[in-house]
Design a protein around this ligand. Structure first.
Ligand code: TYM
Length: 359
């Protein structure tokens, strides 16, 4: 069986990068039958969480956290996550995430965390006041993935290093604790199977749209932490805002529009976006349409394409937010299902590490 798990941090509003790089892939996964090498259909369980514990690793506003957490969950659903096929839950509703993080902390070498690119970048901004949680961020993410014995993790390109460290932690844990006769004895006494407790997950990174770049600098990724809101399109931006942001976005002064010229990062990014929001069109078809246009002619086409693609998602989002009881019910069902799986993994972890487990 396959287990799919992924999540987005509820910090501010979700942008096109989160949607094209991650959430849309989750929807594709959910709706596609998965087969093994012999072509047999394999059962899949999908878990999508709103990672609120990750969102407090940078200074945060409590009121905003509440709003962003619910709005992120509603956006998952609005984008096409179906609660019948997938479990949607809030990370902090499953205490095992915090508990497993502690256990993993104690076997994760400090220097693995100190060399993480995201830590280096984000800690620079905070200077002396940088919290321990920011350093520990990748361990919490490893716990998220490991708890569900996830085999596949659909994410954007920027999460590759986090997936690598997760795999390193998995191997280290299995190697330290899940071998030999004494391990078998502990498992037998506790009534669990004596196989390696953790499974190595594979990152699933989509090629097109894996990296959506900033609208104000085609060499930087689109990001929630950019102080300039004009650098990104938020999934919930109204049409007028989208038109304005596209009108102002950075371009270049070269004639004609090309896709694959490394000297033209903005052109590449805007075409990637244009194509990603029109998934039924081929690359050739798009190039044929835009190659001789000026930026002034292309920008309104791009803005309209984004607006058309986001409109149905925005409409569904508002419907979902209005029905508070239904949203709470979905999140409760998700948390119940997640807790069941997560508790079992945590139990097996404790047995492997030698804790006295309650009868
Ligand atoms: P976060 O919240 O920064 O981003 C959520 C997802 O969006 C993708 N993404 C992008 N994709 C393309 N272009 C961009 N400009 C862009 N910006 C963000 C990210 O790759 C990610 O897939 N650490 C994770 C959250 C997390 C997680 C997990 C993910 C916590 N636990 C377990 C998977 C599994 C993060 O920071 O996401």
């Amino acid at each position: 069986a396959e287990r799919i798990l992924s999540g987005v941090q509820p910090t501010g509003s979700l942008h096109l990068g989160n949607y094209l790089g991650a959430i849309r892939q989750w929807v594709d996964f959910q709706n596609k039958e998965q087969t093994d090498e012999e072509g047999n259909v394999v059962p899949v369980e999908n878990f999508f969480c709103v990672v609120d514990l990750h969102a407090i690793t940078m200074p945060h506003d409590p009121m905003e956290l509440q709003e962003s957490t619910l709005s992120s969950a509603a956006l998952y659903l609005a984008a096409g996550i179906d609660p019948v096929k997938s479990k949607v839950f809030i990370q902090s509703h499953v205490p095992a995430h915090s508990e497993l993080t502690w256990l993993l902390n104690c076997i994760t070498p400090m220097n693995w965390l100190e060399r993480m690119i995201q830590f280096k970048e984000k800690s620079k901004k905070q200077g002396e006041s940088v919290g321990v949680g920011l350093l520990d961020y990748p361990v919490l993410m490893a716990a998220d993935i490991i708890l569900y014995q996830s085999t596949k993790v659909p994410v954007g390109e920027d999460q590759r290093q986090h997936l690598e460290i997760t795999r390193d932690i998995v191997r280290r844990f299995n190697d330290l604790f899940c071998k030999g006769n004494k391990y078998k004895k502990r498992c037998k006494a506790a009534g669990v199977a004596s196989r390696p407790v953790f499974i190595e997950p594979n990152p699933i990174i989509m090629k097109e749209g894996a990296r959506v770049m900033s609208l104000t600098d085609g060499t930087n990724k689109m990001s929630k932490s950019d102080a300039n809101d004009n650098s990104r399109i938020n999934v919930l931006d109204p049409p007028e805002t989208i038109r304005n942001k596209i009108k102002r976005c950075k371009t270049d002064d070269i004639q004609g529009i090309e896709w694959d010229n490394p000297e033209r990062p903005e052109a590449k990014n805007l075409l990637n976006i244009y194509s990603a929001v029109q998934p039924d069109r081929t690359k050739e078809d798009i190039i044929e349409e835009v190659k001789d246009l000026t930026w002034g002619d292309f920008k309104p086409l791009l803005a309209d394409a984004i607006i058309n693609h986001l409109e149905p998602i925005q409409n569904r989002y508002h419907e979902i937010r209005e029905d508070k009881d239904r949203l709470n019910e979905i999140l409760k069902e998700g948390a119940d299902a997640a807790n069941t799986v997560a508790k079992q993994t945590l139990f097996n972890t404790k047995v492997a590490m030698g804790f006295v487990t309650p009868d």
